[in-house]
Write a protein that binds this ligand. Structure first.
Ligand code: HEC
Length: 155
């Protein structure tokens, strides 16, 4: 009996943790979700900008920096969808169009495309092959644009 206790205790902790996560997700305020996703996109842009500069030849090519930034983008991308819970179309200043919540499957598909392309970009960047990195950067940028064109209002 004694030897089972730690397992039971662990399960109890896991169950409690899962419960807290579910409650937190249900209770998240729209303004908190909006702030979260804008912060995530700001970090994406922070890393994507210098990569774009390199790809366009406006900054010196630096494969090491490019790979580091590609890795960051690939880490951030899968965290963004959480920032669009139901009801967060309003609640704070946001450029997210209400169409997102009416076409959530399509929005998710576009988000997934970014996740896939940025994962590929981080992989390709490990090779240090400049031409391939530039090509995959364009694919990734196209995933940003495809979503912005449809779901982000321009200002
Ligand atoms: C699946 C949809 C989607 C994809 C893919 C996407 N974005 Fe966005 N992006 C949005 C939406 C929606 C907003 C507006 C968020 C808001 O204001 O609530 C936004 C906002 C932003 C912002 C402004 C953040 C702020 O402070 O308000 C930046 C910068 C940005 N995106 C960069 C990028 C980059 C770079 C990529 C690709 C690497 C990308 N996005 C891919 C949907 C997307």
């Amino acid at each position: 009996m004694r030897r089972q206790r730690p397992i039971i205790a662990t399960l109890a902790i896991l169950a409690a943790g899962a419960g807290i996560a579910a409650i937190a997700a249900a209770a998240v305020k729209p303004e908190t979700a909006i702030a979260y996703r804008q912060a995530g996109y700001t970090m994406l842009g922070w890393n994507f900008g210098p990569m774009a500069q390199m790809v366009r030849g406006k900054a010196p090519w630096d494969a090491t920096e490019f790979a580091l930034r590609a890795e960051r983008v690939a880490q951030i991308a899968p965290q963004l969808l959480e920032g669009f819970p139901p009801g967060s179309d309003t609640g704070a200043t946001t450029d997210a169009k209400p169409e997102i919540w009416k076409n959530m499957d399509d929005f998710k598909a576009k988000m997934n495309d970014l996740v896939e392309q940025s994962k590929r970009l981080a992989e390709v960047a490990k090779s240090g092959d400049e031409a391939k990195m530039k090509e995959q950067f364009k694919q990734t940028a196209a995933a940003c644009k495809a979503c912005h064109d449809k779901y982000r209002s321009e200002e």
